[in-house]
Design a protein around this ligand. Structure first.
Ligand SMILES: Cc1cc2nc3c(=O)[nH]c(=O)nc-3n(C[C@H](O)[C@H](O)[C@H](O)COP(=O)(O)OP(=O)(O)OC[C@H]3O[C@@H](n4cnc5c(N)ncnc54)[C@H](O)[C@@H]3O)c2cc1C
Ligand SMILES: NC(=O)c1ccc[n+]([C@@H]2O[C@H](COP(=O)([O-])OP(=O)(O)OC[C@H]3O[C@@H](n4cnc5c(N)ncnc54)[C@H](OP(=O)(O)O)[C@@H]3O)[C@@H](O)[C@H]2O)c1
Length: 272
């Protein structure tokens, strides 16, 4: 595939040793703007780039002598020959300021490594996998949902995505169509997709923040299954306040994170 592998050595004529060797320069293949401030983008993929669904890498934008680096979760499948990301424009943010001008064909730096613990291998075996996201926190869950092994290893996949406005329900149609996709059609798991829209009354059946929906039982009612430590495994991603509140609420129900290599029942990633 067409990844452009420029090392820092080629670009700057500096010695091979150094941080520049840790990234490649890729091309933006396409950008989809869901709203004026929310985009998904695809880039070329360095053939040596490896990751586990749920991981993040670092993206770099800007002039060669002033690159702004930020962590971004991988939304593409491990087997795709491109990389996919979702990104929100934050007012005044250094990376956002560069991102808003990005176009197909532009260059973007991608760290050669991937990182993180928001992966299903952090979890003990279970029956139901709950994926609870706010905003762009849905990104890593797309990668996890695109992994056929997940559809074999769980009976239920439950995705709750909380956004302010329904236009921010990125990948909504793609998620809904997944059970019919050829990779998953013969799989064991049933998918339940629960959009949560908090600032547009009437846009979705669920209109409160996820921690509240969990506390009052509406989340489990909407999924038609209990969130139980014996059978449920939970990944949470996005707003740090949401991750903190859900960690507390789940811990109170007996859920634990991976400790010293002992798989747990929940894992978290916060974006700021
Ligand atoms: C492990 C990890 C993975 C991440 N993955 C993603 C991702 O897949 N997509 C993505 O858009 N961002 C992701 N982020 C956040 C991202 O790295 C940047 O912070 C974001 O793009 C804004 O960069 P900035 O320089 O414009 O503003 P920054 O100076 O980095 O952020 C300014 C403020 O904007 C808010 N903010 C930052 N990121 C977000 C966000 N994603 N959603 C809502 N508010 C935010 C926070 O209040 C933050 O303090 C991730 C962060 C971490 C730590
Ligand atoms: N979304 C927009 O319309 C918009 C437009 C321009 C710029 N931005 C900027 O983009 C950034 C991110 O916005 P975002 O909407 O992607 O992320 P966000 O503010 O984290 O909101 C995403 C979802 O998470 C919910 N949420 C917020 N705090 C929570 C908590 N403590 N517990 C549980 N759920 C919580 C929100 O509900 P609530 O609605 O109840 O907060 C919303 O449903 C902000 O800096 C914002 O200024 C956003």
């Amino acid at each position: 595939m067409g990844a452009i592998q420029e090392s820092g050595l080629a670009m700057f004529g500096k010695p091979a040793a150094g941080p520049q060797d840790k990234w490649t320069t890729e091309r933006v293949l396409s950008i989809r703007w869901w709203t004026p401030t929310l985009a998904t983008l695809r880039t070329t993929r360095y053939r040596g780039f490896r990751f586990t669904p749920g991981h993040y890498t670092r993206l770099g934008l800007g002039a060669a002598d002033d690159i702004v680096w930020r962590p971004f979760s991988l939304a593409s499948a491990a087997y795709d020959d491109y990389l996919e990301f979702i990104a929100v424009l934050v007012p005044g943010g250094a990376f956002s300021g560069q991102l808003q001008h990005l176009r197909a064909g532009d260059r973007i730096r991608v760290d050669k490594a991937s990182y993180g613990f928001l992966t299903v291998d952090q979890l003990a075996a279970g029956r139901d996998l709950w994926l609870l996201a706010s905003g762009t926190g849905l990104g890593p869950f797309l990668s996890i949902l695109r992994d056929p092994a997940v559809w074999q290893n769980y009976e239920r996949l439950i995705v709750a995505h909380s956004v302010r406005h329904s236009s921010e329900l990125a990948w909504r149609d793609e998620i809904a169509a997944m059970p019919k996709g050829e990779l998953f059609a013969d799989a064991e798991a049933a998918l339940t997709y629960l959009p949560v829209v908090t600032r547009e009354p009437g846009a979705a059946a669920l209109a409160e923040r996820i921690p509240l929906l969990l506390a009052d039982g509406r989340l489990e009612a909407a999924a038609a299954t209990p969130l139980d430590v014996a059978t449920s495994r939970v990944l949470v991603c996005g707003n740090p306040e949401m991750t903190r509140e859900l960690r507390q609420a789940l811990a109170a129900r007996g859920f634990a994170t991976n400790r010293r290599g002992v798989p747990g029942q929940m894992a978290f990633e916060k974006y700021w």
